[in-house]
Design a binder for this molecule. Structure first.
Ligand code: ATP
Ligand code: MG
Ligand code: MG
Length: 539
C-alpha cells in the first residue's frame, strides 16, 4: 500500500497498459463537439496527454463529429480553447469527418464480406429483438440486396431513410452490445464541416476503431462505462482488416450533486437555470475555473485518481482543499465588511491620525513577493456588527494590523425589526497593548467616502440538484435546488477595486474569492467576487 500511495503522489499510475514502447506510443482524446468540456473530459484529456508524454509518444485530439444533429462549430472552438487552458497540446488535430469517405468504403467492404446488412426494422421492434435475442427479418437478405440498400442509405433517399446498416455479429450474445449493433444511418441535417456532402453517418462504435487504427493510435483510453463495447471495438477493427489498437479503461469521474452529461447541462442552459456554459455552478472547465479552481489543483487531483477503476461518486471537498493549498501562498489579503451589518466606529487616542493617512502594508504577510497595498488609517472605521455586538464596555480588543484598543463607549438599540444592535461605539487606541493577550481580533476598514452604497457584491452558490446521485429514471425537475445563488452586499478595501478579473484573493476571516467582474463590467460599479469553496464547509 505504501508504494502505491507513493506512486500516486508522483502521478505515476499504472493503467495496465501493454506494449508501451518508448517513442512509439500514440494516444488520442476524442471529444464530440456537442457541448463544452467538463471535468470528466478534463480527466480523459489529461490522462491521454500523461501517457503520451511519459512514453515520449504522440497525442491526437480528434473531434468526434459523426452526429450533425448535435454538433456545432461553436463547441469545437470552445473545446479547443479549453484544452489550451488545461495545458493540453496535441501533436495532431483531426476530425472523424476527415474520414467519412473512407469509412463509407469500409462499410461497403463489410457488407461485401458478409459482416453487415441493411435493416428496415422499426426502432422499437429492433430494440425489443435485441433485448430478447431475436434475429431481424433482414439478417439473411442477400449481400447484393444489402449493397443496393446501402446505396440508398448513402444517397439519403426516401427509401434509404428507412434503413440502417447493422454489423452482423450475434443475435443473442450474452453481451448485448454485440447483438448486431447499428453502425451507419441516414441523417439529412447538414454537417458543420462537410455540409450536405454526406447524407449518412457512421456511428461512434464503427468509426472509432477504424479511425484509431488509420491514425496510428496504439493505446485507446476510454472511460470504463464502455467496457461492454470493447469486444465490438476489436471486432470492427478486425473485420475491417486493420491493426487493433489496445483499449485501456479508466474510471469515469462522477461527483456528488453533479451532472456530467452534455445533454443534461444543455438542458440547464436552455431552461435558464444557469447563465451559460461557463456558469460557476457548472462542472464545465469554464465553470470550475470561474469558481476559482486552479488548473494545477485539477491536474494533481486527476493524477491522484490515476488508474483507479473505482466508479464511486466523488466528493468535491478533496479537490477544493487541494486547491486551497495551491492558492493560499500567493493570494493577496484584503478586508471586507458586510454592507448590511456594519458599525461606524470612532477612534480616539493620541496615536490616532487626525488626518486620514495611507500606510504601506504587505498584501500577504507570509509572502513578500505578493507585494504591498496602501491601507487607509483614519479616525473612523467600519467594523462588522457581529464583532462590535460582542464587545463590552472597557474590554481590550485587537484591530488587526493596527493595534489594541479599549472599548470606551458602546450604545445599543433594540427594536422589533433589527433586534439588538450596536448603533455607535468609540474605541480608544492603545498601541502599547499586547495583541497576544486579547481574545478578539477584528478586521476593520478605514471609513470610505461613501458608506451609503456598497462597493462589492460577494457571491456564493449551491449545487443545482438536491440528490447526490441522479439516476436515469429520475426526473430532473423533481430534484432542482430552489435557490442556488446567494449574494451579499459588501464594503471592500478600495485597493481591491482595481484588481484584475480572475484574480484570487483572500478576504480576511471570510475565505478565498475570485474576481468575477471588475467595477467597469457591472451596471452598479461594484466589484463582484465569487466565493471559492475550501473543502471544509458543506456548501
Ligand atoms: P457527455 O455524456 O458529457 O456528452 P461523452 O462521453 O458523450 O460525455 P465525449 O465528448 O464523447 O463525451 O467524450 C470524450 C472523451 O471523454 C471520451 O473518451 C469519454 O470517455 C471521456 N469522458 C466523458 N465523460 C467522462 C467522465 N465523466 N469521466 C471520465 N472521462 C469522461
Ligand atoms: Mg460520446
Ligand atoms: Mg455521454
Amino acid at each position: 500500500a505504501v508504494t502505491t500511495e507513493k506512486a500516486k503522489d508522483q502521478g505515476s499510475f499504472d493503467l495496465g497498459l501493454k506494449n508501451l514502447v518508448h517513442g512509439q506510443v500514440c494516444t488520442r482524446f476524442p471529444p464530440e463537439p456537442s457541448g463544452y468540456l467538463h471535468i470528466g473530459h478534463a480527466k480523459a484529456a489529461m490522462m491521454n496527454q500523461y501517457i503520451a508524454k511519459t512514453y515520449g509518444g504522440k497525442l491526437i485530439i480528434r473531434f468526434d463529429d459523426t452526429n450533425p444533429s448535435k454538433e456545432k462549430t461553436e463547441f469545437e472552438e470552445t473545446i479547443t480553447e479549453d484544452l489550451k487552458l488545461l495545458g493540453i497540446e496535441a501533436d495532431f488535430v483531426s476530425h472523424t469527418s476527415d474520414y467519412f469517405g473512407e469509412l463509407q468504403k469500409f462499410a461497403h467492404k463489410m457488407i461485401l464480406d458478409g459482416h453487415a446488412y441493411c435493416d428496415d426494422t422499426d426502432q422499437a421492434t429492433m430494440r425489443e429483438q435485441r433485448m430478447v435475442g431475436e434475429a431481424s427479418k433482414c439478417r439473411d437478405i442477400t449481400i447484393d440486396e444489402s449493397l443496393r440498400r446501402f446505396g440508398e442509405i448513402v444517397m439519403g433517399s426516401e427509401e434509404g431513410q428507412k434503413y440502417c446498416l447493422r454489423a452482423k455479429i450475434s443475435v443473442d450474445d450474452k453481451n448485448k452490445a454485440l447483438r448486431d449493433p447499428v453502425i451507419y444511418r441516414v441523417n439529412l441535417t447538414p454537417h458543420h464541416r462537410t455540409g450536405s456532402v454526406y447524407k449518412a453517418y457512421p456511428l461512434y462504435d464503427f468509426a472509432c476503431p477504424i479511425v484509431d487504427s488509420i491514425e496510428g493510435v496504439t493505446h485507446a483510453l476510454r472511460s470504463n462505462e464502455y467496457k461492454d463495447r470493447n469486444p465490438l471495438y476489436y471486432w470492427i477493427a478486425e473485420k475491417a482488416g486493420l491493426r487493433q489498437p489496445q483499449i485501456c479503461d479508466f474510471s469515469r469521474l462522477n461527483f456528488v450533486y453533479t451532472l456530467l452529461s452534455k445533454r443534461k447541462l444543455q438542458w440547464f442552459v436552455d431552461e435558464g437555470f444557469v447563465t451559460g456554459w461557463d456558469d460557476p455552478r457548472f462542472p464545465t472547465v469554464r465553470g470550475i475555473r470561474r469558481r476559482g479552481l486552479t488548473i494545477e489543483a485539477l491536474r494533481q487531483y486527476i493524477l491522484m485518481q490515476g488508474a483507479s477503476q473505482n466508479q464511486t461518486m466523488l466528493e468535491w471537498d478533496k479537490l477544493w482543499s487541494l486547491n486551497k493549498k495551491i492558492i493560499d501562498p500567493t493570494a493577496p489579503r484584503y478586508t471586507a465588511v458586510d454592507f448590511k451589518n456594519f458599525v461606524l466606529v470612532n477612534l480616539i487616542g493620541d496615536s490616532v491620525p487626525s488626518v486620514p493617512e495611507y500606510r504601506t502594508m504587505p498584501l500577504n504577510k507570509k509572502n513578500p513577493d505578493v507585494g504591498t497595498k496602501q491601507v487607509l488609517y483614519s479616525n473612523q472605521i467600519l467594523l462588522e456588527q457581529a464583532d462590535v455586538a460582542s464587545f463590552s464596555q472597557g474590554e481590550e480588543v485587537t484591530l488587526m494590523d493596527w493595534g489594541n484598543a479599549f472599548v470606551e463607549t458602546i450604545s445599543r438599540s433594540s427594536n422589533p425589526e433589527t433586534g439588538d444592535v450596536v448603533v455607535s461605539a468609540t474605541l480608544k487606541l492603545n498601541l502599547q497593548g499586547n495583541v497576544k493577550t486579547t481574545k478578539k481580533k477584528v478586521t476593520w476598514l478605514g471609513k470610505l467616502d461613501n458608506v451609503s452604497k456598497p462597493n462589492a457584491k460577494l457571491m456564493d452558490f449551491d449545487y443545482l440538484i438536491t440528490k447526490k446521485k441522479l439516476e436515469d429514471s429520475d426526473d430532473i425537475t423533481d430534484h432542482l435546488t430552489e435557490v442556488t445563488e446567494f449574494d451579499t452586499d459588501s464594503f471592500v478595501d478600495p485597493n481591491l477595486m482595481s484588481v484584475k478579473k480572475g484574480t484570487i484573493v483572500q478576504l480576511e476571516r471570510k475565505g478565498f474569492y475570485i474576481v468575477d467582474k471588475t467595477p467597469s463590467e457591472t451596471p452598479d460599479g461594484t466589484i463582484n467576487l465569487i466565493f471559492i469553496p475550501d473543502g471544509k464547509a458543506a456548501s
